[in-house]
Design a protein around this ligand. Sequence first.
Ligand SMILES: C[C@H](O)[C@H](O)[C@H]1CNc2nc(N)[nH]c(=O)c2N1
Ligand SMILES: N[C@@H](Cc1ccc(O)cc1)C(=O)O
Ligand SMILES: [Fe+2]
Length: 548
Amino acid sequence: MAVAAAQKNREMFAIKKSYSIENGYPSRRRSLVDDARFETLVVKQTKQSVLEEARARANDSGLESDFIQDTAPFGEDQHDENKNVQSEADADGTIKSDEDYTLTEEEIILQNAAGESAEAEKAIQKAALLLRMREGMGTLSRILKVIDNYKGCVEHLETRPSQEAGIQFDALVKVSMSRSNLLQLIRSLRQSTSFAGVSLLSDNISNKTPWFPRHASDLDSCNHLMTKFEPELDMNHPGFADKQYRERRKEIAEIAFGYKYGDPIPSIVYLETENSTWQRVFNTVLELMPKHACREYKAAFGKLQAADIFVPHRIPQLEDVSNFLRKHTGFTLRPAAGLLTARDFLASLAFRVFQSTQYVRHANSPFHTPEPDCIHELLGHIPLLADPSFAQFSQEIGLASLGASDSEIEKLSTVYWFTVEFGLCKENQQLKAYGAALLSSIGELLHALSDKPELRPFEPASTSLQPYQDQEYQPIYYVAESFEDAKDKFRRWVSTMSRPFEVRFNPHTERVEVLDSVEKLETLIWQLNTEMLHLTNAVNKLRGSQFE
Ligand SMILES: C[C@H](O)[C@H](O)[C@H]1CNc2nc(N)[nH]c(=O)c2N1
Ligand SMILES: N[C@@H](Cc1ccc(O)cc1)C(=O)O
Ligand SMILES: [Fe+2]
């Protein structure tokens, strides 16, 4: 019961998606908790206000309806005396106010795209319009004339009898014209009573792909918190009744809110209680790891110990860990204020950036906590991020998430959940843990390896559909044939995702490029050829030296 209630409570606050710029948010926030409360409202209101703003802008531009002016209103013969009000009177005689022009999301995207710069406004845009024509085919010739007046080119025209009462025909018109003219055209058509509807269809509105972070510095604008487990909001949270703990959390969250790409991660002077929580978990992990952790985890763990980063008596500083990872796999860390939305969290992996919390779980619950803390990130995630093959794999997941649909993000994060967070694998017929949330939670690790939970073979297609909760131990775990097998299967499944474009990370610029032109592909092929040449040379040199 308590679980269900808490889940509901959290769902009320949870923000499911997105890069915050895309949603119109300012990038940084002052208070974790106020923010969290505020954001649920904002999510609802943002769309509304963006729509209103765009509408106001469209109305402010003082455009006349060229459609009406240039072509004479439809049916002018019959309604001559009404000519002046034609553009405002609807078929049933009601006045069309500006409120009636509901801008669709496509139009807002178009408007935003046009508003980016003078060139962007003039850029030629392909678009498909669906016009619901109240009257006969005669309307078509007028439409074509208006498009011509706006210097548009009609690329495709199709009509069909309408299914709806009061509408004679639907016309699908594909045009290419400058963005600003396209916007005016739509507005113009809307003002005519000859149409029961004018809509811009989504698939053609933009030759651009959706917004997503293109450079590691764009992550400054994401960082979106999921208001899930919060000591302030959740009665089940171990820190709910501990004022001091909550203050401490706020203090540490401020670092993440203030952080910008390129900054060194500020170090934290951890309290004695915090270090001793770390020590308890660290020592237990050390004890259980040889028997229960997968090989790759153990190997990387050893390197972190050798570098003096993993020591029992103090919590490692994120900056030191980040520098260590950079040297091994090119991964770096960014401080995060709490649980991020799956979209923002996965996006950072595309840049080989791992968003890491910096606060420590409550001292009363060292062996399991309902939200990620730095002990989870450090003991759970960091070792594998120092493994080159796993690092590569993590980045691929991140790249696959960029611009993916909400339902794909949901599936991706579910598979991520059952592998990277809670994955089990076989090693010489023995069950081993590779999931970070198992390796950072002794309680859950022992539960996973007991006979209590259900174990299922890992198959991304079905695993991606399995609902889960994240407050208590998992009732189901997925077991891969081996750690390699988990990565292989996940990778192959990711490549079946339906996103209509491919992206590539350029490590020199830390930029994600959309592979949407022959030129870009040619440059890449040239780079690969150069690399092939070096590799072939290396092979030849080694072969040659064998015979010396
Ligand atoms: C992608 C998936 O949802 C995953 O569980 C993410 C969500 N957000 C996160 N946010 C933080 N800060 N740390 C994490 O480990 C995760 N994990
Ligand atoms: N349960 C994990 C922490 C965690 C919580 C929620 C998550 O989504 C991930 C990790 C631990 O105790 O270490
Ligand atoms: Fe995690």
